[in-house]
Design a binder for this molecule. Structure first.
Ligand code: MOS
Length: 743
């Protein structure tokens, strides 16, 4: 059952419109609608705010500014993950980035709220801000870290400078990546409903417990009085790990007006009120012997951060585990700016980091005249090259070889700009991928009813990834039931608490917790039956029990689970299962636990216009055991498409005068559409990583993007001979270097 391509159990609900998202819960009655007013300066103070006209506008119930809000909690830095910390909104006159919330209008309809929002009159005292990342890089500082409370900011092994200095072949290049935003399909939305002293919060979030904790501490409420409901979430990609202005302001307004209030950010507001992947400037230095063996590797990343809200993207972190080399250096520096706060976006760290490192490896292969697949295999480490501990399950070479075979890599022509198809220059590129695997505390409950049906409960979310489906499979497998006898209930703070969906830890964490709950439940059932004189299993050896087809069998004698439950637990029987934090699990200390990928790409570049068309993308991945082959492949393909976007399209552009993003909708902030994506395939190697967890499964939600963009970039180089190190690779960067036309 585990691993099979079971159809999504929530599919029928989604296609028939019965899957209710945060904005779509009507059971609380007619709500009021909130519209957030954003600051029109990047740095300064509100000098005066006049809400009279807005307040008299048709349908308006209330206009809230910082003067109307009670004192809010402040973020507790001792909580390692920011997602659980307070998120004060409109807490004073200061503006620390463009678009920050300065007022909320609450009205009877969304149109009335938005119309009145335009009438809020704000005067600012503008202070000069810093908005230009490239202009002041020398002001970058080394943050204290550790990143996420666990990842060191900088590492050094051996003597990098000496090793690099003595290397016969070297690469020393800078790569830059732009600001990017998560941009999930479902906008950030919240419906807050007062219920006596309690608050019911329907919110689009990746982590229910974080939403509850963050709201409770911001609103200074008892967390027990906040009930978060998030059964369906339309994507998050990092931007819903924490809650934002829409949730805090809906909650304050609902409490002030004693009415349900709902707020959805507009697409434009998502560019102002959520978080951004920081722009980066990365220096990569590789020193190698002539046979390709790396002597020295350095990855130094400088990134933007909001001056008041430090965010460190772990851009160089997994470079520490990627290739062997005795002399090594990684570091992260931050450039303080007055721009939107940094947040995790789709494979934080690896996504921009591997664009740089895997481009540099391609440059090294060119310099050496060596096949880039072979170069990577030659630098395969036997143990984690920085920590010295063994890898749990490392199959990067397997991914590389299998990918090369399936793609037909041996037919690739190494000389750049030498293959043509009419007007098109054809190129092939590849890159490796790596991503850390994380574990975070998660609990799940499994209950078996007297009719033999099981219910799984956890506050884990399904953000479109397939959680409902995989947990159905894990529970069906664990109890020996058909999947249609299992119901999975997610996304409510009343359920056992977990770490939600983030960092690609959700599937492995929640599945392990469900599996353990099933084991505990099995033990209870077997003990009950073996001790029950009414059972045919009475007196049998509990250690020999097996579960299948809704029955427990011991040495040829079997009984239906429903009978055991009905006889002994007429109200049902339940058990909990849990995982622990990785810092409390010795495997994460004793092993280097990662997932891997290898990407192969074919591009065609128009010889006249430099238009880049993807022709083929193939990824081969290793992430332990896949819990559902279809949802796994689907996620990996999604990740590869993010990679294509990062390589060729995605770029949020800041106006260096105001700090505003001028790309503020999906017409200007480009992401791949169907017409951009070619024949694409993701293959998952059969695997099992028993060091990661008992199910052998590792995260793969963000693995697909890791390295995918670099493979595209390397294919563009192979097609044209033009190396673009400033992402995205848009055609004006390629065109000047195109080879002269052959007529
Ligand atoms: Mo992912 S960016 O950690 O949701």
């Amino acid at each position: 059952m585990i691993g099979q391509a079971l159809d999504r159990v929530d599919g029928p609900f989604k296609v028939t419109g019965r899957a209710t998202y945060a904005y779509e819960h009507w059971e609380a009655g007619q709500p009021l609608y909130g519209s957030v007013v954003g600051a029109t300066i990047g740095r300064g103070r509100i000098a005066r705010i006049d809400t009279h006209r807005a307040g008299r506008s048709p349908g308006v119930h209330r206009v809230l500014t910082s003067h109307d809000l009670p004192a809010q909690g402040t973020p507790d830095p001792s909580l390692p993950f920011e997602f659980w910390r307070a998120h004060p909104v409109m807490s004073g006159p200061d503006v620390d980035h463009y678009g920050e919330a300065v007022a909320l209008v609450v009205a009877a309809t969304v149109e009335q709220a938005r119309a009145a929002a335009d009438l809020v009159d704000v005067e600012y005292t503008v202070e000069p801000g810093s908005f230009d990342f490239a202009a002041g890089l020398e002001q970058a500082y080394v943050p204290a870290g550790p990143i996420y409370g666990i990842v060191p900011v900088a590492t050094a092994v051996g003597d990098f400078e000496a090793g690099f200095g003595s290397s016969p072949v070297t690469i020393d290049e800078r790569y830059t990546t732009p600001y990017e935003l998560s941009q999930p399909m479902e906008p950030h939305a919240c419906l807050a409903v007062p219920d006596g002293e309690d608050l019911i919060v329907y919110v689009s979030t990746q982590i229910v417990d974080a939403a509850r904790a963050s709201m409770a501490s911001t609103l200074r409420m008892d967390p027990e009085r906040i009930h978060v409901v998030a059964p369906y979430v339309g994507g998050g990609f990092g931007s819903k790990l924490r809650i934002h202005a829409e949730a805090i302001l809906a909650a304050f307004a609902a409490r002030a007006l004693r009415r349900p209030v709902k707020i959805a950010l507009t697409r434009q507001q998502i560019f102002q009120l959520t978080g951004v992947r920081p722009t980066s400037d990365q220096r990569v230095r590789l020193g190698a012997q002539r046979d390709g063996r790396l002597v020295a590797i350095a990855h130094e990343a400088t990134m933007a951060t909001n001056r008041h809200w430090e965010y460190i993207e772990p851009t160089a972190a997994t470079t520490r585990s990627l290739y062997a080399a005795p002399n090594r250096l990684t570091s992260h520096r931050l450039m303080p700016l007055d721009v939107l706060r940094g947040e995790d976006v789709r494979a934080p760290g690896e996504a921009p980091g591997l664009l740089a490192v895997e481009s540099a490896m391609d440059e090294l292969a060119v310099e050496l005249g060596m096949d880039p697949v072979e170069l990577r295999i030659r630098n395969e480490p036997s143990v984690d090259p920085e920590r010295g501990v063994p890898f749990s399950e490392r199959r990067l070479v397997g991914c590389l070889r299998e990918g090369a075979r399936r793609f037909g890599w041996e037919r690739r022509v190494a000389t750049p700009a030498s293959v043509r198809d009419g007007q098109w220059l054809i190129g092939h590129g590849m890159a490796a991928g790596i991503r850390g695997h994380f574990q975070a505390p998660t609990t799940a409950r499994v209950r078996l009813a007297a009719d033999g049906r099981a219910v799984v409960e956890t506050d884990m979310t399904d953000i479109g990834t397939g959680t409902y489906t995989i947990l159905t499979q894990v529970a069906a497998d664990g109890l020996g039931l058909a999947p249609d006898r299992v119901r999975v209930e997610l996304g409510r703070s009343e359920y056992p608490v977990g770490a939600g969906s983030g960092g690609s830890w959700g599937a492995a964490n929640s599945s392990t917790a469900v599996h353990r709950a099933c084991l505990a439940l099995r033990e209870k059932l077997v003990a009950t039956a073996c001790a029950d004189t009414r059972s045919v299993l009475h007196g049998s050896d509990p250690a020999r029990a097996t579960f299948a087809d809704g029955r427990v069998s011991i040495e040829g004698v079997s009984e239906a689970l429903s009978e055991i439950v009905a006889r002994n637990h007429p109200n049902g029987v339940e058990a909990d299962g849990a995982t622990v934090a990785m810092t409390d699990d010795p495997n994460y200390r004793d092993y280097s636990i990662h997932s891997y990928g290898a990407h192969f790409v074919e591009v065609a570049v128009d010889a006249d216009t430099a238009e880049i068309r993807l022709r083929r993308m193939l990824g081969v991945f290793s992430a332990g055991r896949a819990l559902n082959s279809r949802t796994a492949r689907s996620q990996l393909i999604g990740g590869m498409i993010w990679g294509a976007g990062a390589a060729l399209e995605e770029e949020a552009v800041v106006d260096a005068r105001s700090g505003a993003f001028v790309t503020r909708d999906l017409a200007n902030y480009l992401v791949p559409v169907h017409a951009d994506i070619p024949e694409i395939d993701a293959v998952v190697l059969d695997g099992y990583d028993g060091k990661a967890n008992v199910l052998g499964a590792k995260g793969l939600g963000e693995l697909g993007i890791c390295g995918a963009g670099a493979a595209v970039a390397n294919a563009v180089f192979n097609a044209t001979g033009v190396r673009v190190r400033d992402f995205p690779i848009t055609l004006e960067k390629v065109m000047p270097g195109l080879p002269p036309l052959v007529s």
